[in-house]
Design a protein around this ligand. Structure first.
Ligand code: ADP
Length: 195
């Protein structure tokens, strides 16, 4: 299945995508992880992205569309993939449609993990207090910026997928296992519709 996970920063998209990936043959395509790897490796993309990411703003569409286009080409994506953190705005959603159409692929579903903003702030603060290596963009100011960007640029994409009958949502306020089982139910529903 080709899926998108939507949700604000700290909603648990990465955790849930990891769970799905470990159970199935669908790699997680996380633009955030790929950009952080580019920053750590000191590549040209990493150098361009670093300051933008530290500010909580969006890296250019050209860069992220390019890395996703390359990644989707890889043979391990043939059975399906989970997009985590992409698309994040209308231009990226259009680029994704074009990429999929060119390959004769279709999106099976878009799952929104819903969490209220106040809970996200608590979670990020907890993530900071618990981790040895704190992400440069995990701080109260940047989180506020990332949340604003999510509401302004990314959340408006949801009606687009809803209009195609592809949007489902799960309650991301529950614990990790509960959210995972809600997602499993969504997948059952989606695959039932295929047959
Ligand atoms: P979050 O926890 O905010 O969802 P991510 O790990 O997905 O974080 O992304 C971290 C940062 O990487 C973003 O704030 C942004 O600067 C950059 N980034 C990730 N994905 C994209 C994208 N699709 N378009 C533009 N910038 C992106």
């Amino acid at each position: 299945m080709n899926l998108i996970l939507f949700g604000p920063p700290g909603a648990g998209k990465g955790t849930q995508a990891d769970r799905l990936t470990s159970k199935r043959d669908w790699p997680k395509l996380s633009t955030g992880d790929m950009l952080r790897a580019a920053v750590a490796a000191g590549t040209e993309i990493g150098r361009k992205a670093k300051d933008i990411m530290d500010r909580g703003e969006l890296v250019s569409d050209e860069i992220v569309v390019g890395i996703i286009a390359d990644r989707i080409e890889q043979p391990d994506c043939r059975n399906g993939f989970i997009l985590d953190g992409f698309p994040r705005n209308a231009a990226q959603a259009e680029a994704l449609d074009a990429m999929l159409a060119e390959k004769g692929l279709d999106l099976d579903g878009a799952i929104e993990i819903r969490v209220v903003d106040s809970k996200l702030i608590d979670r990020i603060n907890q993530r900071i207090s618990e981790s040895a290596e704190v992400r440069a963009d995990d701080n109260a100011d940047t989180l506020e910026k990332r949340l604003k960007v999510y509401h302004k640029e990314t959340a408006p994409l949801l009606p687009y997928y809803e209009a195609q009958g592809k949007l489902r949502h799960v309650d991301g306020m529950q614990n990790i296992d509960d959210v995972a089982s809600q997602i499993e139910n969504v997948l059952k529903g989606l695959s039932g519709e295929d047959t």
